[in-house]
Design a binder for this molecule. Structure first.
Ligand SMILES: [Zn+2]
Length: 193
């Protein structure tokens, strides 16, 4: 999963692998921002969701992840080439922080360039595979509540503010929020929650 801008790629591809280690996770190079225009048939995201409902969804998602991370096999990859529940959760935790940071940038600066994020690289650097499910649950909840609290403060004017990812694609706070919402929705589907 490489989340390389708000552009990015956060679903784990399914390729053949032999050894149960992170080397078998094929980096995802898709530009997932296309779901904003096309929707996502995999998870049912339409691209025109009401952003006012997103803070509530973000907060509620922490409970869903608590249940996922309490599973007996949360730290076991179902297949060598697919992330375990705790790896998905660690990714979501970091994505929540990333989208909160990007939102703060757009709100506080004039047309900022948003930082890139290579989710696949971070997964390896941060050793998602060996993170503790209970600890990740606590961190994910904190990240979700912080992001939801920030979103709940966005004003009518701020929803229209713009920022740019490094390739020039424009995001408003509205489209960025929908994009973040898709990440949450899609990854909960990835873990069957
Ligand atoms: Zn999706």
């Amino acid at each position: 999963m490489s989340e390389t801008g708000p552009e990015a790629q956060t679903s784990t591809p399914h390729k053949q692998g032999a050894e149960p280690n992170e080397q078998n996770i094929e980096p995802d190079t898709r530009d997932w921002a296309d779901v904003l225009e096309a929707g996502c048939a995999e998870c049912g995201f339409t691209g025109d969701e009401d952003v006012i409902a997103v803070p509530g969804y973000v907060s509620a998602s922490a409970q869903a992840w608590d249940e996922v991370l309490a599973r007996e096999n949360a730290d076991i990859r179902p297949r060598p080439d697919r992330w375990s529940d705790v790896e998905y959760a660690a990714h979501v935790r970091d994505i929540l922080d990333l989208f909160r940071e990007r939102t703060q940038l757009i709100v506080s600066q004039s047309a900022p360039t948003l930082p890139n994020f290579d989710g696949d690289a971070v997964a390896i650097e941060s050793d998602y595979q060996h993170q503790n499910p209970a600890e990740v649950a606590v961190e994910l909840r904190a990240a979700a509540l912080a992001y939801a609290a920030d979103l709940a403060q966005i004003t009518d004017e701020q929803w229209q503010r713009t920022g740019y990812r490094s390739d020039g694609r424009e995001f408003t706070v509205t489209s960025l929020t929908r994009y973040g919402f898709h990440e949450l929705k899609h990854h909960l589907q990835d873990v069957g929650a």
